[in-house]
Design a protein around this ligand. Structure first.
Ligand SMILES: Cc1cc2nc3c(=O)[nH]c(=O)nc-3n(C[C@H](O)[C@H](O)[C@H](O)COP(=O)(O)OP(=O)(O)OC[C@H]3O[C@@H](n4cnc5c(N)ncnc54)[C@H](O)[C@@H]3O)c2cc1C
Length: 421
């Protein structure tokens, strides 16, 4: 059942959460549980953007940021290869020079170790947060305990992953290194070109990220949250409150959480806040196939391609295109990877019946921004980049604790905005 949409402004609530992707909805879940009245606002409804079409991997063991030592050469090589995932939309990305420099700097060895610790901390905490959220809204059947599989087609890349495996081992990440036979025992449909794999056992798989967000949204609405499907045009301070100007009228609230993913910057600029967040566009193709081809999200490490079993069929995701939010998707980028998806899982048959593009909100250090704007009752929850599905529920809990002035289980300094000062 669709929740009732209250379109009669003005709305009043303790807190407005702008953005009903997995991050904003998770924040609202915790605030409502604390007894605060919430107004959920989204221009497109629940999971109308990036939280809809991701690869569905709740990647607990992931501890490497996007920028690591040697990234500059790796990126140049990728840009020269038409089948590689990294793309620069030159027209739109010229304004990103500062972000790119910062990105390269974050990959230096002395910078990268604290980032790894912070990624490890938040991703480890993500598992319990996901299971708690799934149970609370009765959506456990959408969360599969399958782990996350990384497969390698080249021995050199597997060997190059030794550092990452050492980091995982030192930090107690549950994983197995598999040879070709063990890989086929675990994932029988894998193509013949793959003889090496790393299996992260504790990772989870979301079978339908869009449906999970819809159920969470409906659950919040059924428990009294107001919902407004409208674009927020501006946030204005009114004494100790905030007035939100939206495409469907005005709302008056005491506190605001901006969880608008890659679109968050525009809303915060009037408060002097500049988030180093740019969109890295990713794409998916859906194959309408329901017989078992793949059992769990499987990453082809060299290609940065993930093939995942979803409720609707099989989903292949890839591409990191640094582009502008107003630029049209270039679906040809993902369509041309169709033969590679079939090389990864040869039993994949039939033609894709849907394609999709979404904008990952990326920071230079691959860590989210979870913070309060100085002197304001205005909170930021964005910048989750490639791991926003994984980190959504735990981010919700952390923002809630921050708003309540309570201690958090993990140190918040690495996620504060002033790390970019
Ligand atoms: C191809 C691909 C594969 C991915 N795979 C994975 C994966 O396997 N695992 C993982 O952990 N992560 C993955 N991610 C990343 C993950 O999907 C994102 O990090 C996450 O969805 C971001 O969630 P969000 O809630 O911050 O943003 P979004 O889901 O984008 O939500 C932001 C919401 O804000 C709304 N909004 C924006 N501006 C306004 C406004 N002014 N007024 C009102 N509403 C507004 C939008 O309509 C939108 O619904 C993947 C991403 C892509 C693109």
């Amino acid at each position: 059942m669709n929740p009732p949409l209250s379109l009669r402004p003005p709305h009043r609530a303790d807190v407005a959460v702008i953005g009903c992707g997995i991050v904003g909805l998770s924040v609202a879940f915790h605030l409502r549980r604390r007894g605060l009245s919430c107004l959920l606002i989204d221009a497109k409804g629940p999971a109308g953007e990036t939280s809809f079409g991701n690869a569905g991997s709740i990647s607990i063991g992931n501890l490497l940021p996007q920028s690591t030592p040697g990234i500059a050469w790796k990126a140049l090589r990728m840009l020269a290869d038409p089948l590689a995932p990294l793309k620069l939309d030159w027209g739109a990305s010229r304004g990103y020079a500062g972000w790119l420099l910062r990105f390269l700097r974050e990959g230096r060895r002395e910078r990268v170790m604290p980032i790894i610790e912070a990624l490890h901390a938040i991703n480890t905490a993500a598992r319990a947060a996901w299971l708690e959220l799934g149970e609370a809204i009765g959506a456990q059947e959408l969360i599969a305990h399958t782990g996350y599989l990384h497969v390698y087609s080249e021995e050199a890349t597997f060997a190059g992953g030794q550092w990452e495996r050492e980091l995982m081992r030192e930090r107690g990440v549950a994983f197995d290194v598999l040879d070709g036979a063990q890989l086929r025992d675990l994932e029988p449909g894998i193509g013949p070109g793959f003889q090496r794999a790393v299996f992260q056992r504790d990772s989870l798989a979301m079978r339908d990220p869009g449906e999970f967000c819809r159920r969470l949204f409906n659950d919040l609405s059924a428990r009294g949250a107001q919902v407004l499907i409208a674009g927020v045009e501006a946030i204005e301070r009114r004494g100790t409150d905030y007035r939100l100007r939206t495409s469907a009228g005005e709302a008056q609230v005491g506190q605001v959480v901006v969880a608008a993913g890659a679109w968050s910057n525009r809303l915060l600029r009037p408060f002097g806040v500049r988030l180093p967040v740019i969109p890295a566009r990713g794409y998916h193709l859906m194959y309408p196939q329901h017989q078992e081809v793949v059992r769990r999200p499987t990453l082809w490490a060299e290609r940065y391609m993930v093939v995942s079993p979803m409720r609707q069929g099989i989903r292949m995701t890839s591409i990191k295109e640094l582009t502008g939010l107003d630029r049209d998707p270039r679906y040809a980028l993902i369509r041309r990877l169709d033969p590679q998806a079939r090389a990864l899982f040869p039993a994949l048959s039939g033609e894709p019946d849907a394609e999709w593009a979404g904008n990952r909100p990326c920071t230079p250090d691959s860590l989210p921004i979870l913070d309060r704007v100085a002197g304001e009752n205005l909170y930021i929850a964005t910048g989750h980049g490639h791991l926003g599905l994984t980190q959504g529920p735990i981010s919700g809990r952390l923002i809630d604790r921050m708003m309540a002035g309570e201690a958090t289980d993990i140190a918040m300094a690495p996620y504060r905005l002033d790390r970019f000062a």
